[in-house]
Design a protein around this ligand. Structure first.
Ligand SMILES: [Zn+2]
Length: 328
């Protein structure tokens, strides 16, 4: 649902940027060497422009208010942009970009709710939530990143930004290594290292068990007695009782309860794999946090608690705008 006419849409986009766009937050996220940061914009008539640079964040805001782009994107830092002249992109030297992850529901193959592609119902949203929790855990624990933040994509997904300085200077190979590690490329349960097994158990197995429907659990092959015990509290108590994670390879002792076939099936089916090309390409443009998606009318808000994601995906434009003063 979106506003009816193009002119009222533009009026509302302008009003959002003028009154609610959090410039202080943008300054905090991208303010360091703002003049070297690439931006890109798509307009209602299909025109797309990238390699746009601004001297300071206020200039970006003025552009958004005046030009009311349907989509606003932010990219990497480049050496030597000429703000006042038309910049030849091929002459710029890449300097850095945050590590990012793009989770979109169309990449989730295993769904028994009947949704396909970009269709997204409440049952689908849990795959984004579970994946976000898993990847946050891996990025902070295994890679030691501290500034991991999630933003609503403005459509049916979420974007992760890692703002640590170390992440900003990663080359293409290292970005690929991280995305391969966290998306469990070609892995099954038996080949995972202990740390991943632990993250997987805590962030995927327990969360999925908690959020899934009975039908989904049955399809995956959960033991009927476990499905009967379906409350997170009960499962956590159960884990505690058998001493899970208190030492070495205790998870392996649970094979008779959680067969490794079940874990393999869950790894293959229940983890929403990120769009690899977005993470690997150090110059990729990603939706500007807090910008407005001109197609859906939704704001790419910061998500403090990923469990709130369903609220943003399912809300409509007017509601989204009405809440905009209260979302930070
Ligand atoms: Zn669905």
């Amino acid at each position: 649902m979106f506003l009816r006419t193009e002119s009222s849409k533009i009026r509302t986009i302008r009003q959002y940027y003028r009154l609610d766009f959090p410039l202080d937050e943008i300054e905090q996220l991208f303010g360091d060497k703002f003049e070297e940061r690439e931006f890109g914009f798509a307009f209602a008539d299909g025109y797309f422009v990238r390699s746009v640079f601004f001297r300071k964040s206020e200039e970006l805001l003025n552009f958004l208010v005046k030009k009311t782009p349907h989509h606003a994107y932010v990219g990497a830092l480049y050496d030597g942009p000429q703000v006042s002249k038309k910049t030849r992109f091929d002459l710029l030297r890449w300097k850095g970009r945050e590590f990012v992850i793009d989770l979109d529901i169309d990449l989730q193959q295993w769904r028994i709710c009947g949704c396909q592609g970009f269709q997204c119902c409440m049952d689908c949203i849990k795959f984004i939530i579970i994946a976000a929790q898993l990847y946050t855990c891996i990025l902070t624990t295994d890679f030691g990143f501290k500034q991991v933040r999630w933003y609503f994509s403005g459509r049916r997904g979420a974007h992760c930004w890692v703002f640590d300085e170390e992440a900003r200077t990663l080359d293409k190979e290292n970005r690929m290594a991280i995305i391969n590690y966290l998306s469990l490329q070609g892995s099954d349960f038996r080949s995972l290292n202990w740390s991943l097994k632990k993250h997987f158990y805590e962030k995927v197995f327990l969360s999925f068990f908690h959020l899934a429907s009975q039908e989904e659990l049955e399809m995956l092959g959960f033991h009927p007695r476990l499905i009967e015990l379906k409350t997170r509290h009960t499962l956590l108590s159960f884990s505690k009782k058998v001493g899970l994670f208190e030492g070495g390879d205790t998870i392996l002792e649970l094979k008779h309860v959680f067969s490794s076939d079940l874990f393999c099936k869950m790894i293959q089916n229940c983890i929403l794999i990120p769009d690899r090309s977005v993470s690997i390409d150090p110059g990729h443009l990603l939706r500007l946090p807090y910008s407005l998606n001109g197609d859906t009318g939704k704001v790419a808000r910061s998500i403090d608690d990923i469990n709130d994601l369903n609220r943003w995906i399912s809300c409509f434009f007017e509601e989204s705008l009405l809440q905009s003063k209260h979302w930070r």
